[in-house]
Structures are given as C-alpha cells and as structure tokens.
Design a protein around this ligand. Structure first.
Ligand code: HEC
Ligand code: HEC
Ligand code: HEC
Ligand code: HEC
Ligand code: HEC
Ligand code: HEC
Ligand code: HEC
Ligand code: HEC
Length: 501
C-alpha cells in the first residue's frame, strides 16, 4: 500500500472533494431541515438594525425578553430581534418603530423563512385549525350561555383567537396576548409557535416536557396530562427526569433516551425510522372526541392541507380532485397506528403493544356500542317525534347527554388510550353508567311523561335500543341471586376456583 501512497493521497483528496460536494447539501437538508440561508444573506443594514434594537431592549430595560433570547440557540446563531419582528411597509401589521418597520405579533410565516418543514406540518395539522370552533355546541355554550369574556380569556387562550389591530397597527388588548394553538393571524397564517416554544428561549427541550402540552390538554373533557401523570410513563418521566436527555439536540427514542416517553415522544418525536413531526394527528387511529368514536383515515392534498375521513367511507385515489386540490397521499388508520406502534417498539415487545391496543379498542367499543350509539339514536327519536326541540342545550336531558359523551365518555376513552386506569373507570365508565341509568333514563321518562302523560314511549325506546344489548340485562332483569351466581361463576372461570370470596 505504501508504494502507492502519493497517487492514493491524491485520489483521497479527489474522493473527499467528491463526497463533500454531494454530502454537504444532503447533510444540511437532513439536519433539522433548517435552512440557514437567511442568516448567510443577512445584509449589513439588517445586522446593524438588529444591534440597534438591543440598545433599548437590552439587559437593563428588558431583562426578561433579552435574558431569555441571549441564552437561546437563536442568539448563538445570530438570529436577532429584527430577524423575527421585521416587517415590510404595507403589511397589515407593520408599523414604524425607531427607524425600523416591525410587527409585534410574530407568526408562523416569519418562522417559515428558516423552518419551512415544521411550519408546513403545523399548518396542515388539527392544531392549526383549532380556531375553527365557532360552529360547535361548545361555542354556543361559551358565547351564549356562558358569556363572551369567558370565551376570550378561556376557550380562545387554548384554541386561538383572531388577532385584530388598532389604528396604529398594534394588536388590540382584547385580542392580544393570545398564544392559542390555532390563533388566526393577520397575515392569513394559523397558530402560534409560542403555544409550545415559550418566547424568547424558543427551545426544543422545554417543548418536549409534558407540561407544555398540559396547558391545554387537561381538565374534565380532555385530561391527557392527568392521565399521563397517573400512567407508568408519567411516573417514570418524573422519577428519571435526569435521564431524559431533554437538552440533546437530537432526541431519538431508544437512541438518545429510554427512561420514559413524553407526550411529544409519542405524538411528535423521532424514532430510528421516523422524523420529528409537527403534525400531531399523524399517529392517531381513532378520534376520541365526538359522541361516537370512529377510526380515521388521513388524506393529504397537493396544496399542503390534509383532512380526516371516517373509516368506511370510500377512499379517493391518489391524483383525484378534491376540495379544490388533488390527493397526494393517503394514510389509512392502520398506517397511522403503525406509526405510533413504531414509537412503542423502542421500549416494548410486540405482545405488550398489541395487548395495550386490544384493551384500548375494547373500551372504545364498549363505550360506543353499549352507551353512545343507542343513546344518540334515542335522542334523535325524541327530536324527530317532537319530544325535544332541535335546538341545542335547551333541556336538562341534553346537558346530561352532553356530559356523558363530552366529559365522562371522553375521559374513559382517553384513559384507556394512554394508560390511566382511574380515568378509564372511576372518572370514566363508572360515571357514564351512573349518569345513564340514574340521570339520563329518569330524565327520558320525565320528558315523555310531560308530553304524553305517561311513560310508554320512553319504555318503548329503552326496549328497542337498550334491551337487545346484553350489558343492560341487569337493568331490566335486576341482579337476583341467580344473576349474582352467574357473575360469580364467570369470575371463577376467568380467575380460578375460590377466587371470589
Ligand atoms: C430607541 C429605543 C428603541 C429602539 C431602538 C427599539 N425599541 Fe422597541 N420599544 C421601545 C420602547 C420604549 C417600547 C415600548 C413603547 C412602544 O410600544 O412603542 C418598545 C416596544 C417594542 C415592542 C412591543 C410593541 C407592542 O406592540 O407592545 C416590540 C416588539 C419592539 N419594541 C421591538 C423592537 C425591535 C425589533 C427593534 C429593533 C428593530 C426595536 N424594538 C428597537 C424602544 C425601542
Ligand atoms: C425567533 C423569533 C423571535 C426573536 C429572535 C425575537 N422575538 Fe420577540 N417575539 C416573538 C414571538 C413569537 C412573540 C410572541 C408574539 C406572539 O404572540 O406571536 C414575541 C413577542 C415579543 C414582544 C411582545 C410580547 C411581550 O412579552 O411583551 C416583545 C416586546 C418582543 N417580542 C421583543 C423582542 C426583542 C426585544 C427581541 C430581541 C432581544 C426579540 N423580541 C426577539 C419572536 C421573536
Ligand atoms: C432567520 C432565521 C430564523 C428565524 C426567522 C427563526 N429561526 Fe428558529 N432557528 C434558526 C436557527 C439557525 C436555529 C438553529 C438550528 C440548528 O442549530 O440546527 C434555530 C433553532 C430553533 C429551535 C430549536 C432551538 C433549541 O435550542 O432547541 C426552535 C424551537 C426554533 N428555532 C423555533 C423558531 C420559531 C418558533 C420561530 C418563529 C417565531 C423561529 N424559530 C424563527 C433560525 C431561525
Ligand atoms: C384548557 C384549554 C381549553 C379550553 C379552555 C377549551 N378547550 Fe376546547 N379543546 C381543547 C383541547 C386540548 C381539545 C382537544 C381534545 C382532544 O383531542 O382530546 C379541545 C377540543 C375542542 C373541540 C373538538 C374539536 C374537534 O376537532 O373535534 C371543540 C368543538 C372545542 N374544544 C370547543 C371549545 C369551546 C367552544 C370552548 C369554550 C367554551 C373550549 N373548547 C374551551 C382545549 C380547550
Ligand atoms: C404542539 C407543540 C408545538 C408547537 C405548536 C410547535 N412546536 Fe416546534 N417543537 C415541539 C417539540 C416537542 C419539539 C422537539 C421535538 C423533538 O426533538 O423530539 C419541537 C422542535 C422544533 C424545532 C427543532 C427542530 C426539530 O424539528 O426538532 C423547530 C425548528 C421548531 N420546533 C419550530 C417550530 C415552529 C416554527 C413552530 C410554529 C409553526 C412550532 N415549532 C410549533 C413542539 C411544538
Ligand atoms: C406512550 C405514548 C403516549 C404518550 C406518552 C401520550 N400519548 Fe396521547 N395518545 C397515545 C395513543 C396510543 C393514543 C390513541 C391513538 C389512536 O387513536 O390510535 C393517544 C391519543 C391522544 C389524543 C387524541 C385524543 C382524541 O380525543 O382523539 C390526544 C389529544 C393526546 N393523545 C394527547 C396527549 C398528551 C397531551 C399527552 C401528554 C400529557 C399524551 N398524549 C401522552 C399515546 C401517547
Ligand atoms: C395552546 C393549547 C394547546 C397546546 C399547548 C397543545 N395542544 Fe394539542 N390540541 C389543542 C387543541 C385545541 C386541539 C384540538 C384541535 C381541533 O381538533 O380543533 C388539540 C389536538 C391535539 C391532538 C389531536 C390531533 C388530531 O389530529 O386529532 C393531539 C395528538 C395533540 N393535540 C397533541 C399535543 C401535544 C403532544 C402537545 C404538546 C407537545 C400539544 N398537543 C399541545 C390544544 C393544544
Ligand atoms: C421510552 C420508552 C417507552 C416508550 C416509547 C413507551 N413506553 Fe410504555 N412503558 C415504558 C416503561 C419503562 C414502562 C414501565 C414498565 C413497568 O411498569 O415495569 C412502561 C409501561 C407501559 C405499560 C404498562 C405495563 C404494565 O405492565 O403495567 C403499557 C401498557 C405501556 N407502557 C404501553 C405503551 C405503548 C402502547 C406505547 C406506545 C404508544 C409505549 N408504552 C411507549 C417505556 C416506554
């Protein structure tokens, strides 16, 4: 080998140049899809303007904003105040500020100058669309029955409000601050990146923590953070937080950490085979939100948007024209589930994962088939036959049903999806059952009694919709000694003789 040295040396140099020429751009594209171009291209004037901002917004006058920015990756990469707050004269939100044209509210469009991929994923996701709640029953509850001020400081701080500007082009006090996940911005973009990346540190490490998501994913109707805290995953996350490697630039589950998954691990995080995604719905196979759950296929379009379509409805073909665009990709609910299971597989065996999904699916089926479908059908008959109006929320029984599906039924389904046994049972199916049998059914009888003077139609509905379902037997036939003996025998079949004392 040594005698060929001079020649091979030369070849090595050539080879290295060759590899570099091909690999460098690919590597740049791979490393977070972040194009540093704007940094390279920053003009001397912009650099000077960025420095000028700090002459007034430095540590003395703005310790909070300056301090968080100064420690951030952005500051280290010389992304400054002006890079984000810069605007163009003529932009809706642009105003003159000490010699610069700036905007107060920084939208995903600004971030997209340097983080195109993240913004594209976020814009097509359910998160970006969370401001579109105007037509919902919840919104009627909020606006009409609750009151607009509560919607503004409540709903819209999670879902996102519409930014409005005053005559000086500054955001109005009733619309800002707002970092709702689907905020409607003046430039037509949706959402707010600081919903998860608090300003002005804009850090991945902070966004990876479950508490980031817990600001919104909590409470009686979607207690994901409470469920997570109850789960083994949440327990281990807190017990082993120093092993989570949260500050690592690269954060691949099973490679950079194994202690526990966080919300973002499962819904957004990278695996050996998947990249980080800001499209949080990509790995979900069910929707657990509506009165009756369905599995969802995802359809992606050439215009960058996507939408869900319930299982059972015929799928379009790639290339079909739909919603003013064309179909480019279809993720079936099975493929979405595979993506989630690929996350689990970093830490669990196939058997554990399949077992989890079996137990989860069974709870959704139980809730759907025993409670949600028959009650929905009876509520519809009550409306169709004039026992109830078609208007929302104007009768006690409508509130009871709303709480059964929107609160208790969701809690049961959410609990089962993410390993929160207390939410599946005590805060979940227990309350669904109690309120079905001892609130909803008595109210059904009241509603019918009030119109007809007797309960016949109520009993007919129950006979039609509940009686054929074995799970409701005990309600019709009671739990006499015979039924109890049967339960006892069933129990012993399952858990062995003598297991029931
Ligand atoms: C000469 C001092 C000075 C300079 C230079 C300066 N600012 Fe300011 N800035 C202020 C003061 C004072 C306020 C608070 C009063 C106001 O809102 O105008 C402020 C407010 C702001 C606000 C909040 C506006 C709002 O609607 O509440 C932003 C954003 C801002 N500055 C960004 C910048 C940026 C970006 C630069 C550099 C291009 C910059 N500033 C340069 C003094 C300055
Ligand atoms: C990476 C982009 C980015 C950089 C860099 C940046 N900002 Fe901001 N700034 C934002 C975002 C996002 C918001 C939140 C506004 C919103 O709700 O969208 C914000 C909000 C603000 C606000 C109003 C909110 C408040 O808390 O009072 C001020 C003032 C401000 N920035 C000043 C600055 C100054 C000064 C610097 C430089 C030291 C700076 N920003 C650097 C993105 C940035
Ligand atoms: C002028 C270009 C530019 C703009 C505008 C910009 N960024 Fe960045 N951002 C960068 C660069 C460069 C990095 C560092 C990338 C790296 O290290 O690979 C970065 C890193 C990040 C990180 C990871 C930082 C960490 O420490 O974990 C986040 C999160 C982020 N940006 C969010 C945002 C958000 C949100 C906005 C808009 C409010 C924004 N950026 C606007 C250039 C920019
Ligand atoms: C604490 C934050 C928070 C508040 C306050 C809040 N929501 Fe939500 N809302 C959420 C989250 C998180 C979800 C998604 C839950 C899930 O996926 O399980 C959601 C889901 C919804 C949905 C279902 C959307 C769909 O695609 O199925 C509607 C409609 C809705 N909210 C309306 C409202 C209205 C109207 C209000 C006020 C009257 C309100 N929400 C208050 C966080 C909030
Ligand atoms: C729902 C919460 C959430 C929102 C909203 C969000 N991010 Fe992130 N972002 C994260 C999490 C979590 C990570 C860390 C992912 C990881 O490394 O596992 C992250 C990482 C990043 C990174 C680092 C590079 C990468 O892909 O790992 C950038 C850049 C970034 N986000 C930009 C943005 C921009 C721009 C927006 C607004 C369009 C945004 N994010 C909105 C949660 C969010
Ligand atoms: C171990 C992985 C894992 C963790 C950790 C996790 N999730 Fe989930 N999440 C799931 C699975 C699995 C589902 C159900 C997926 C399906 O439908 O197939 C789900 C479903 C959801 C849904 C959809 C609910 C609906 O109403 O349709 C939301 C929202 C959600 N998770 C948010 C969160 C939040 C917020 C956290 C942290 C507080 C979190 N998740 C933690 C795995 C996880
Ligand atoms: C500022 C509030 C807010 C934060 C923070 C937030 N979310 Fe959400 N999230 C929502 C709302 C509201 C929805 C319902 C959107 C809709 O369907 O209209 C939602 C929906 C979801 C869904 C269901 C998506 C689908 O396609 O059905 C998942 C999964 C989810 N969020 C995960 C997360 C994770 C993980 C985090 C943290 C990294 C997080 N969210 C942070 C408000 C938030
Ligand atoms: C980063 C590693 C990691 C990931 C990813 C992960 N888990 Fe776990 N999981 C654990 C650990 C550790 C435990 C605790 C095991 C124990 O209790 O001894 C656990 C516990 C569980 C349990 C309870 C097991 C029992 O015996 O009580 C279930 C069920 C579970 N995980 C399901 C899942 C599912 C489903 C996914 C994917 C959606 C997932 N996990 C993703 C690490 C992980």
């Amino acid at each position: 080998m040594s005698k060929h040295r001079p020649k091979s040396h030369f070849l090595w140099v050539l080879l290295c140049l060759f590899v570099w020429a091909f690999a460098a751009p690919a590597f740049a594209a791979e490393s977070g899809k972040i194009q540093a171009k704007p940094l390279v291209k920053k003009s001397a004037a912009d650099t000077a303007m960025g420095k000028k901002c700090l002459s007034c917004h430095g540590a003395e006058d703005d310790p909070g904003i300056y301090g968080e920015w100064k420690k951030s990756t952005h500051a280290a990469k010389s992304v400054d105040c002006y890079d984000c707050h810069k605007s163009k004269p003529g932009d809706k939100a642009a105003y003159e500020h000490h010699g610069a044209t700036i905007q107060t509210v920084v939208t995903p469009l600004t971030c997209a100058r340097c983080h195109q991929a993240e913004v594209a994923q976020q814009q097509r996701s359910h998160h970006a669309k969370a401001g579109n709640i105007l037509a919902s029953i919840d919104n009627l509850l909020g606006e009409v029955i609750g009151g607009p001020a509560a919607v503004n400081a409540g709903c819209l701080q999670c879902h996102g409000g519409t930014i409005t500007l005053d005559d000086k082009k500054r955001p109005t006090p009733q619309s800002f601050p707002n970092t709702g996940i689907g905020r409607i911005n003046t430039d037509g973009s949706l959402g707010s990146c600081s919903a998860c990346h608090a300003r002005h540190s804009f850090s991945s490490a902070q966004a990876r923590t479950p508490d980031t998501c817990g600001k919104c994913h909590m409470g009686p109707d979607h207690p994901q953070i409470e469920i997570y805290n109850e789960s083994k995953h949440g327990i281990l996350y807190r017990a082993k937080i120093d092993e989570m490697n949260l500050k690592s630039k690269k954060w691949v589950v099973g490679v950079d950490y194994t202690a526990a998954p966080t919300c973002s691990t499962c819904h957004m995080g990278a695996t050996r085979d998947q990249k980080v995604t800001h499209d949080v719905g990509e790995r979900i196979s069910w929707t657990l939100r509506p009165a009756v759950s369905t599995k969802l296929n995802m359809i992606r379009l050439a215009n960058g948007d996507e939408f869900d379509q319930p299982e059972g409805k015929a799928l379009p073909a790639i290339g079909d024209a739909i919603k003013g665009s064309t179909v480019t990709e279809i993720l079936t609910w099975e493929q979405r589930r595979d993506k989630m299971q690929d996350v689990c597989a970093a830490c669990h065996s196939k058997r554990t994962i399949a077992g989890h999904y079996k137990q989860f699916d069974d709870v959704v089926d139980l809730y759907n088939d025993k409670y949600a479908k028959p009650i929905s059908a009876m509520m519809k008959e009550l409306e169709d036959k004039g026992y109830l109006s078609k208007e929302p929320m104007d009768a006690k029984i409508k509130w009871t049903w709303f709480e059964i599906w929107h609160h208790e039924g969701r809690r049961a389904r959410h609990g089962a999806s993410m390993n929160g046994p207390d939410y599946t049972w005590w805060h979940g199916i227990y309350e669904v059952a109690q309120h079905t049998y001892f609130k909803w059914i008595p109210e059904l009888k009241e509603v019918v009694q009030k119109k007809d003077g007797n309960e016949d139609f109520a009993n007919a509905l129950l006979d039609k919709y509940f009686k054929p379902i074995a799970g409701h037997d005990w309600f019709f036939n009671g739990m006499g000694p015979k039924a109890i003996e049967e339960v006892r025998r069933g129990y012993e079949d399952r858990y062995g003789k003598g297991s029931l004392k």
